[in-house]
Design a protein around this ligand. Structure first.
Ligand SMILES: [Fe+2]
Ligand SMILES: [Fe+2]
Length: 172
């Protein structure tokens, strides 16, 4: 049985996994900054552009929160390349290329790509919030929970934009 690394920390067996996931998410958020810039530039609808720009700023906040989480655990913040985010953003690039000449469908395609990213983040943050809770890392749980809420809000906002304009054909 592995020795507990931190005194009485409950569920210490999750510690390595928790830290590894945090590194992955930090890498993912950093990669996403570039992706959001591209998606914002490609978006036709002002609302969608604005949503991507707002989420860019939120993503900078998510990176800061992750740094705070690392320091709350007495660790230096370190990210690692997230292969999933790399793949999701490669698909977003592909979509931009494939639909750049069809503005009537490009926004709907961008929303689909962005929602896949958000769902990945929601899954990732959902897991680390649970681990933090199980290990009694209350500050980390609080910070990660705030980001999780913002990822969910972004997903809802994207659905709204899709339903209200991007996926709806011109009625004129
Ligand atoms: Fe994020
Ligand atoms: Fe996000």
């Amino acid at each position: 049985m592995a020795q507990m690394k931190e005194g009485n920390m409950p569920n210490a067996h999750l510690h390595e996994l928790f830290i590894d996931e945090l590194k992955d998410i930090l890498g993912a958020e950093r990669q996403l900054l570039k992706g959001l810039k591209k998606m914002s530039a490609a978006a036709g609808s002002e609302k969608l552009k604005e949503a991507f720009n707002t989420h860019y700023q939120q993503t900078e906040g998510h990176i800061q929160r992750l740094k705070d989480v690392f320091s709350s655990l007495g660790l230096t913040a370190r990210g690692k390349k997230c292969k999933a985010m790399e793949g999701l953003l490669a698909e977003a690039d592909e979509i931009i290329e494939d639909f750049q000449d069809s503005p009537e469908v490009l926004d709907a395609a961008l929303i689909a790509a962005a929602q896949k990213v958000e769902h990945y983040e929601i899954a990732s943050y959902g897991c680390v919030v649970t681990y933090a809770k199980l290990m009694d890392h209350s500050e980390a749980k609080e910070l990660l929970g705030q980001t999780l809420a913002e990822e969910k809000e972004t997903d809802v906002l994207l659905t709204e934009i899709a339903m209200n304009e991007a996926n709806v054909g011109e009625t004129v």
